[in-house]
Unconditional design. Structure first.
Length: 408
């Protein structure tokens, strides 16, 4: 039997960030337990820190909503309507932008204190416009975020050509979100884990939490296949699988479910991009080693992690339309990962009413790489008994129960 102050179930970006911030800011005895299940999201991710882009529905969002509105209209025999941006609520902007602002200092801290480099790069995120419909879409986006006007640059075709010479001549311009950047997601998780290990966290990797130990309304620990871990607080950071542990901890269910995303990766290429790109067909990011990452589909297919030719073809065609030079590239590999989805696309964070010794840190859907840093900080504040620096009410699990009661 082992005894810890805090046990973290799940070692993706979110669980690893919780381990890092807790071990940096407290003297608590902490264990992180992780089994890499097929499809774990952090290692499947693109590594975009697209705080504004994702909040206004670019990145994965725009591709998803375009497909969805096309399918709906076709099913009803109607014309495909003009796309409208899918903007998340203000609480999400604050959450995402606060997290985004943490990365420059975190990158320095990881380099200097722990000797690890998660390859933070200031890139911006450009939404490329091909036609008037795209321009209208971009205008609607900027009209929805007047308070962030200083973070948006409009580029005409000539300026775009100067900044991204490989973008197709068919592009009529772009909007650039200047505070949106990128990291290497594998290295980010490794950096959090290495920092946590150096700070004294016990890492149990290749280890599954098989059950939660509960005594009445108090969570007392977890079991793995061959050990028992008692703890004062269990943090559930088990990604798309989080509902399983939540059920055992609380006797209730919460709507966290896998949302598949497929990605294509090219072999290394000379530098052909100066920033990250989103179009309404795909997003494209050149990573620090020259590989080009093209993402990503949004599919509700349970825990399926296969790649399908149709999605890989759609993404590749979208990328070649934007950057014709990609016709000369070779595919290194494709993969699929499982985002921890929730119905309102917001994460589920913090305590659960009537349950002691348990915190949720899950449901980060499309932005868990970006928002891992603020999640680690908020969980640390909660465990230290401080008032969280951001209001967690919009992210509480109870919002779903309230919504159900209203509907019923
Ligand atoms: C294709 C794709 C592209 C993406 N691109 C971006 C992007 O550009 N930017 C961005 O911010 N986000 C992106 N995301 C989303 C992001 O990857 C996720 O939001 C984030 O990784 C979620 O992190 P997590 O730690 O909650 O989950 P995960 O990374 O899935 O980690 C959860 C871990 O818990 C483990 N686990 C589950 N159950 C147990 C158990 N019982 N015992 C022990 N371990 C367990 C899992 O195996 C896994 O290792 C993308 C996702 C996908 C799929």
């Amino acid at each position: 039997m082992k005894k810890y102050d805090v046990v973290i179930a799940g070692g993706g970006a979110v669980g690893a960030a919780c381990a890092y911030f807790l071990s940096r800011d407290t003297d608590l005895k902490i264990a992180l337990i992780d089994l890499k299940k097929p499809g774990n999201a952090s290692r499947a991710s693109a590594g975009g820190l697209w705080a504004i882009g994702e909040s206004v529905g670019l990145g994965c969002g725009v591709i998803f909503f375009k497909t969805l509105s096309k399918l709906h209209s076709e099913a009803q025999g109607k014309e495909v309507p003009v796309m409208r941006p899918h903007q998340l609520p203000d609480c999400f902007f604050e959450f995402a932008l606060t997290s985004n602002n943490m990365y420059p200092a975190l990158h320095q801290e990881m380099l200097e204190k722990h000797g690890v480099d998660f390859k933070f790069e200031r890139t911006g995120l450009k939404f490329i416009m091909y036609n008037e419909e795209d321009r209208l879409y971009a205008e609607q986006i900027t009209q929805g975020i007047p308070h962030l006007a200083d973070q948006v640059r409009w580029l005409d075709a000539e300026q775009l050509k100067k900044e991204e010479p490989y973008v197709t001549d068919d592009a009529i311009g772009a909007i650039d979100f200047i505070c949106d950047h990128q990291v290497n997601p594998y290295r980010l998780v490794d950096a959090y884990l290495e920092g946590a290990r150096q700070n004294g966290v016990s890492l149990y990797l290749n280890t599954e939490v098989t059950s939660v130990i509960r005594n009445g309304n108090v969570v007392e620990g977890v079991k793995t296949s061959d050990e028992v871990f008692f703890c004062d607080t269990l943090i559930n950071a088990s990604g798309a699988w989080a509902n399983e542990l939540y059920q055992q901890a609380t006797g209730r269910t919460m709507p966290v479910y896998p949302v598949k995303g497929q990605i294509v990766l090219s072999e290394r290429m000379p530098k052909i991009m100066n920033g990250c790109i989103s179009t309404s067909d795909c997003y494209i990011a050149q990573k620090d080693n020259g590989e080009i990452l093209i993402g990503s589909s949004t599919e509700e297919k349970g825990f399926d992690t296969t790649n399908s030719l149709d999605k890989i073809q759609e993404l590749s065609q979208g990328a070649m339309k934007c950057l014709p030079i990609l016709k000369e590239s070779s595919i290194k590999r494709c993969w699929a990962g499982l985002r921890p989805g929730t119905p309102d696309e917001l994460p589920i964070l913090g305590p659960v009413e009537g349950v002691e010794g348990y915190l949720n840190a899950c449901g980060h859907f499309r932005t868990g790489i970006l928002t891992s840093a603020i999640t680690g900080q908020l969980m640390t504040e909660l465990i230290m008994g401080k008032t969280p620096s951001l209001d967690l009410t919009p992210f509480s699990v109870e919002r779903f129960e309230e919504a159900e009661q209203k509907a019923g």
